[in-house]
Design a protein around this ligand. Structure first.
Ligand code: 5IU
Length: 283
């Protein structure tokens, strides 16, 4: 399995995808496999969280459509923080329409996602035309696409033959635009097509927490060790486990303490993720 190779040695496996190479190189440079997921509704909260954890992460995942005071200045500031702290941006858009529609959703509208997000993701529900529609926009910009092969939530229907179809679609994508999966384990190994040479893909995994096992709406958490070491995934995606403190604060002193807590949790998850990775490659 390619997951037993160090991140840096896998760069050459992604000759056709600049975004994937950049992610692997960033992981080596920063000794981190942590992506922070920032699901907040205020521009200032988003930027403060990202500035506090920026040093610890290789990637920031956004849900840009939940930001109430979104404007293009948010994009300017977010991309400036990406430069300052050396991370990539992942808009978790979960495209799910026909090719023609997703190409418009990706390039245009209020958010112009393709212009600033290094990677994004898509459901395979509509069929492989969704990959073609997104590739038309993303490929010329050097972007990467993840397929949603599995989900972390209770009762997910993304399993079994549906997961296999995602892996087959990725293997059939000759251009290299499909660079990996959202999944709970090494689906690229488990469902590798027998009639094709093995290819390397990145596996990014949400549903990661050290303190709680789930939430009230079906989220299920596993530890960085379970995700990186036991399941062989490449990147841990952590949201409320990192920024949770900041959504509760009221006055200035409390806010400052919350920002410090965000920084601290970011470092804690970076260390846990990296330790699990070192255990994996030295096994
Ligand atoms: N997310 C999941 N599970 C999935 C997929 C995406 O949790 O299977 I696909 C997103 C939802 C949220 C983040 O943006 O990842 C996880 O946030 P918390 O760590 O706060 O649960």
């Amino acid at each position: 399995s390619t997951s037993l190779q160090p991140y840096g040695s896998r760069v050459g496996n992604f000759a056709k995808n600049a975004a994937a190479r950049n992610i692997l190189e960033t992981m080596e440079r920063k000794q981190s496999n942590l992506c922070v997921s920032v699901d907040v509704t205020k521009k200032k909260d988003l930027l403060d969280i990202v500035d506090a954890v920026g040093e610890a992460v290789i990637m920031v995942k956004t849900h840009i459509d939940i930001v109430e005071d979104f404007d293009m200045d948010l994009v300017v500031q977010l991309t400036a923080l990406a430069k300052k702290h050396d991370f990539v941006i992942f808009e978790d858009r979960k495209f799910a329409d026909i090719g023609n529609t997703v190409s418009l959703q990706y390039a245009a509208g209020v958010h112009k996602i393709a212009s600033w997000s290094d990677i994004t993701n898509a459901h395979l529900v509509p069929g492989t035309g969704i990959i073609d529609g997104l590739a038309k926009v993303g490929e010329p910009l050097g972007r990467g696409l993840l397929l949603l092969a599995e989900m972390s939530s209770k009762g997910t229907l993304a399993a079994g033959e549906y997961t296999r179809a995602n892996v087959e679609a990725a293997y059939n994508n000759e251009s290299g635009f499909v660079m990996g999966f959202i999944a709970m384990g090494r689906v690229d190994d488990k469902y590798a097509p027998a009639d094709k040479p093995k290819r390397d893909f990145l596996v990014l995994t949400p549903g990661v927490g050290l303190d709680v096992t789930g939430d009230a709406m079906g989220q299920q958490y596993r530890t960085p060790d379970e995700v990186i070491y036991k399941s062989g995934c490449d990147v841990i995606i952590v949201g409320r486990g990192i920024y949770g403190a900041l959504t509760k604060e009221s006055d200035d002193t409390a806010r400052q303490a919350a920002v410090e807590s965000v920084r601290k949790q970011g470092n804690r998850y970076r260390e846990a993720g990296w330790e699990a990775y070192l255990k994996r490659i030295n096994h």
